[in-house]
Write a protein that binds this ligand. Structure first.
Ligand code: TYD
Ligand code: MG
Length: 453
C-alpha cells in the first residue's frame, strides 16, 4: 500500500472557501470564526467525477422538446403548488428547516402518495432507524410499500439506488451522510459539498429526482448554504413555530417554477394536513365587540391571507415601557408608534404596547401598517373597530397612507370571506371599479382614524 500523505486544510463552514492556514474571517463570505481544520487524505478524489462536462450540439430552440420534463405530481397539492406542479425527473431539490418542524413527516407523506400512484421511491435516512421510520409511518397511516434504508454512507446508499432504481430518492439529511474516503466529519462543509455533488451527478445522469433534507444553523441559514443553494435546482424552506400547528413551505429558488408560491400545512397528531383555505385557518372566531382587533390581508408570494391584528395598550409602571410584538415586524411597529405620537398626538410614552398577528402568522410587509395603527388607537381609546372591515395601507413617516401591491387580490379574498367594507389607500383607487365590496379611500393617518373611530 502506498503511504497516504495527510493534508490539512482549513475550510470555511459557511461557504466552503479553503486556505492552508486558519483565518478569523473568511475573505470570501466575510463570516467570522467559520474556519475548521479538516484532514484530507491524498486519495480523496471522488470516484464519480464531480461534474461531467456537457457536450451538446446547437439546435434551434423551437426544436427542443420538453418530454423529459414531465412532472411527477406528489398528490399533496400544497407541495405541488410550491414545486410548480410536481417533481421534475432528474431534479435536485433541497428542503431546509429547523429541527422538529416536520421535514421528515412531509417527505414521508409525499413519498407514500407517490408510491401509491406507482412511482418507485427510496427513502434513505441517516437520522433514524428502520423501526423508528416504521413507527412514524404507522402513526401517519402509511400503507404503501415505499423502500427505506437506514444508512449514513453515501456509497452504500448509492448501492441501494442501483438495486432499486427509484424515480424519486430522499436523503434525510445531507448533514448526516458521509463519503468514506473523505476524512472530515459528517456535516462539515467538505462532506456536505462532496455528498451533494455525488447526488447531483446521480440525479442528472440517471434521471432520478433527488430530495435532500438540510438542517438550518442557529443563524437560520442552511449549513453550507452557498455551496448547496448554487448546486441544486430548487430550494424549499419549511418554516413555522414548533409550538404552533401552522407550517409554511416556501420556495427560495426554483429552476422549474415560480418562487412566489407558498404551501400551508397544519401539523396534527396524524401528520401534516394541507390547508387549502389559509384565510379561514388564520381567522378563527373573533369576538365581535372588542377593542384592539382588526383584520388585514397579507400577501405571501401571490397568495392573499386574511389575518387578525391584535393590539393592547395599557398603562405601564416601567421606566422603559414594553414594546412587544409577535408575528409582526418590530421596526414597523416602532415606526407606527412614532407616527401616532408625532402626528396624531397620542401619548404612548407611558404605555406598554403589545402587537400580535393572531394564529401564528408572520407579516413582515408594510401593507399591514395601517391595520396595526388602527388596532393601537382602538385599544388606546378602548373603542372597537367596525367588525367586517378590512384595513390595508402602508404608513409613511409624514403620516401619509401609501398604496399597497396586489390590492385587487387582497380585496377579492376579503369578499370571498364575507367582508363588506375595506379601508384602502387613495393610491389604489383605480381598483375600486372592480371591487365587490364597499371601499373608503384614505390619504393620511387622520383620515384613517376619522373613518374608523
Ligand atoms: P419531524 O418530521 O421529525 O421533523 P424534522 O424532520 O423536521 O426534524 O417532525 C417531528 C415533530 O412533529 C415532532 O415534534 C412530533 C411532530 N409530529 C406530530 O405532531 N404529528 C405527527 O403525526 C408526526 C409524525 C410528528
Ligand atoms: Mg427529520
Amino acid at each position: 500500500m502506498p503511504k497516504v500523505k495527510l493534508k490539512t486544510v482549513y475550510a470555511c463552514q459557511n461557504c466552503g472557501h479553503q486556505t492552508s492556514k486558519w483565518l478569523g474571517k473568511c475573505p470570501d463570505c466575510n463570516q467570522w470564526n467559520s474556519f475548521v481544520e479538516e484532514i484530507k487524505t491524498g486519495n480523496n478524489e471522488p470516484d464519480i467525477p464531480f461534474f461531467e462536462l456537457k457536450s451538446d450540439e446547437a439546435i434551434p430552440l423551437s426544436e427542443v422538446t420538453l418530454d423529459s420534463y414531465q412532472r411527477i405530481p406528489t398528490q399533496l397539492k400544497e407541495l405541488d403548488r410550491v414545486l410548480g406542479g410536481g417533481i421534475v425527473p432528474g431534479s435536485l431539490i433541497l428542503l431546509g428547516g429547523d429541527p422538529g418542524i416536520g421535514k421528515s413527516t412531509l417527505v414521508l407523506q409525499a413519498l407514500n402518495k407517490l408510491a401509491e400512484s406507482g412511482v418507485s421511491v427510496l427513502y434513505a435516512t441517516g437520522e433514524e432507524s428502520r423501526e423508528q421510520i416504521k413507527m412514524r409511518a404507522n402513526r401517519l397511516n402509511i400503507s404503501s410499500s415505499l423502500y427505506v434504508v437506514a444508512e449514513n454512507s453515501i456509497e452504500r446508499i448509492l448501492n441501494q439506488v442501483q438495486k432499486i432504481k427509484p424515480d424519486v430518492l430522499v436523503v434525510d439529511s445531507i448533514q448526516t451522510v458521509y463519503l468514506q474516503n473523505l476524512e472530515s466529519a459528517p456535516g462539515s462543509i467538505s462532506q456536505v459539498r462532496e455528498c451533494a455533488g455525488k447526488l447531483l451527478y446521480l440525479s442528472k445522469t440517471q434521471n432520478i429526482a433527488t430530495l435532500l433534507i438540510g438542517h438550518v444553523t442557529k443563524e437560520g441559514a442552511l449549513a453550507g448554504p452557498r455551496v448547496l443553494e448554487h448546486m441544486v435546482d430548487t430550494v424549499l424552506y419549511f418554516e413555522g413555530d414548533t409550538r404552533q400547528q401552522c407550517r409554511i413551505l416556501r420556495s427560495i429558488k426554483n429552476r422549474f417554477g415560480s418562487t412566489n408560491e407558498i404551501g400551508v400545512f397544519e401539523m396534527t397528531g396524524d401528520g401534516l394536513i394541507e390547508v387549502t383555505n389559509p384565510s379561514l385557518f388564520f381567522l378563527p372566531e373573533r369576538s365581535k365587540e372588542v377593542s384592539g382587533s382588526t383584520i388585514t390581508a397579507a400577501l405571501e408570494g401571490a397568495r392573499p391571507f386574511l389575518v387578525e391584528i391584535q393590539a393592547l395598550v395599557s398603562d405601564s409602571s416601567l421606566t422603559n415601557p414594553r414594546r412587544t410584538t409577535l408575528g409582526v415586524d418590530n421596526g414597523r411597529v416602532a415606526l407606527v408608534i412614532a407616527v401616532l405620537e408625532k402626528i396624531l398626538g397620542l401619548n404612548l410614552y407611558n404605555q406598554d404596547v403589545y402587537v400580535n398577528a393572531a394564529g401564528g402568522f408572520k407579516i413582515m410587509e408594510p401593507a399591514a401598517d395601517a391595520a396595526i395603527l388602527a388596532a393601537l388607537v382602538s385599544s388606546f381609546r378602548n373603542k372597537p373597530l367596525p367588525h367586517q372591515t378590512l384595513i390595508l395601507g402602508e404608513v409613511g413617516l409624514t403620516g401619509e397612507i401609501r398604496g399597497v401591491m396586489g390590492a385587487d387580490i387582497r380585496l377579492s379574498e376579503a369578499h370571498k370571506l364575507g367582508f363588506t367594507h375595506c379601508i384602502l389607500p387613495k393610491n389604489n383607487k383605480k381598483i375600486i371599479g372592480s371591487s365587490q365590496i364597499k371601499v373608503s379611500l384614505v390619504e393620511s393617518v387622520s383620515d384613517l382614524i376619522d373613518a374608523l373611530i
